[in-house]
Design a protein around this ligand. Structure first.
Ligand code: ATP
Ligand code: MG
Length: 329
């Protein structure tokens, strides 16, 4: 039987270079070897309020961008999470396998609840990881290619799958996370202490959106924050800005850090930034050209319709197995 690969994205804005390098590229590079699923996590997007029309447009935009990035609609099942009702039911069931402590320790929840205190945090922000657990386990997933920020969620998925299987007998398949060594956390170009996020402000000079005008993207890279060492060298602690640019270059071209360091020995940051800008702009140009073909709602609706039908069959099979194990059938 084919091994299964699955990944997801929140329709919460335009995709970034971080999304591409941390998750999409790893997926695209492997889609030949797996039974593959991509879901647009619209239920995860509404854990905080989204204007309905913005949400709808974001869904179309995300699928079109994934296709433009090389996801093959004939090889990969592409669907919208809320179209497959099994996600909600199974997510609810998986919430009952989870401890308050496990959810309180999730990085996102800890970060967001610091400001307003637990009393003021949306419940969605607390429980959404159990929905992610369900998203992954419904498809008997073997591998989940994601950025480093999502690793904790796949680890929770493994813990809960094991707990469920111990309680109810062997029912759920154990997934592995795939976080690549290079490019797993692309940093904000203006603030390399922070991750690049697609929900960042559209004017954010530190975030490269895949649809950015090429001149704008070039400017963002050329004016990215670096350091005073004046040495192209990979050291994430001392030189986070330069190391981030090196990760971007290495992930796109496949060149090693050692080789990049060697080529720039004794040279300044200007030339280096220019090469990174050239490589990124050529990637963006390619994606933007392909985007035109997929920016077609009729085509995207058809893909979503077919994808949901296929996904539903697989998801309901798992949910039926779960119900049987639990005595809910
Ligand atoms: P949001 O701000 O809405 O959370 P996001 O950019 O974090 O947006 P997600 O939809 O949460 O994007 O994540 C989609 C995928 O992209 C995940 O696999 C995530 O790990 C990956 N990813 C997101 N940001 C980065 C980044 N800066 N570097 C590498 N991978 C990333
Ligand atoms: Mg995110």
């Amino acid at each position: 039987m084919n091994r299964v690969m699955l990944t997801g994205v929140r329709p919460s804005g335009n995709l970034t270079l971080g999304n591409y390098l941390g998750a999409i590229k790893n997926f695209v590079d492997r889609q030949e070897s797996y039974k593959s699923y991509i879901f647009i996590a619209d239920l995860h997007a509404v854990t905080s309020y989204k204007e309905p029309n913005f949400l709808k447009e974001s869904v179309y935009n995300c699928i079109a961008m994934y296709l433009a990035c090389g996801v093959d609609e004939n090889k990969t099942i592409i669907f919208k999470q809320s179209d497959v009702l099994e996600h909600g039911t199974f997510g609810f069931i998986m919430t009952f396998q989870t401890k308050m402590g496990e959810l309180s320790r999730m990085t996102q929840f800890k970060a967001k609840s610091q400001g307003c205190g637990k009393e003021g945090v949306d419940t969605g922000l607390f429980v959404y990881p159990t929905l992610m657990v369900a998203d992954i386990l419904l498809y008997n997933t073997d591998i989940v290619p994601v950025g480093k920020d999502q690793q904790q969620h796949v680890e929770l998925t493994r813990d809960l799958a094991e707990r469920f299987n111990k309680r109810y007998g062997n029912t759920l398949n154990m997934p592995d996370v795939y976080v690549d060594v290079i490019g797993n956390k692309i940093l904000n170009l203006q603030n390399p202490a922070e991750k690049m996020n697609k929900s960042d402000d559209g004017n954010n000079k530190g975030t490269i959106f895949l649809m950015d005008d090429l001149n704008v993207a070039r400017k963002k890279i050329m004016s990215s924050v670096t350091d005073n060492y004046n040495k192209v060298h990979f050291d994430e602690d001392l030189q986070p800005g330069i190391s981030n640019l090196m990760s971007i270059l290495a992930k796109i071209t496949g060149e090693t850090f050692e080789s990049i360091e060697k080529r720039y020995e004794g040279k300044g940051y200007g030339d280096f930034k220019k090469e990174v800008a050239d490589v990124v702009c050529s990637l963006l140009e390619n994606i933007q050209e392909r985007f035109k073909k997929y920016n077609n709602k009729e085509l995207l609706d058809k893909i979503l319709f077919n994808g949901a039908n296929d996904a539903r069959i697989d998801a309901s099979e798992t949910l039926n197995r779960v119900r049987k194990s639990m005595g809910l059938n």
